[in-house]
Write a protein that binds this ligand. Sequence first.
Ligand SMILES: [Zn+2]
Ligand SMILES: [Zn+2]
Length: 79
Amino acid sequence: MLRSELNSSTNKDGGYQSYTGQSPQHRCDECGKVFTAKGNLKLHQNTIHSATRFQCQYCQKSFKRKHHLQSHIITHVQF
Ligand SMILES: [Zn+2]
Ligand SMILES: [Zn+2]
């Protein structure tokens, strides 16, 4: 008899089974938004924070917020 196939009963769900009432929280360190799934946090950071980078046209330095870039550009155009 072939019993090897029955022996290898790995759980194909592969998920976490540690649902003990508290859901894991993943906080975005950029804006403080909290996500229950780590994938959602990654997606949030990729779409919200990585995409919206404002690059300085003078020194190629990038900033996360537009007013940071604007206040930085002032240092280039001082008279
Ligand atoms: Zn964020
Ligand atoms: Zn610059």
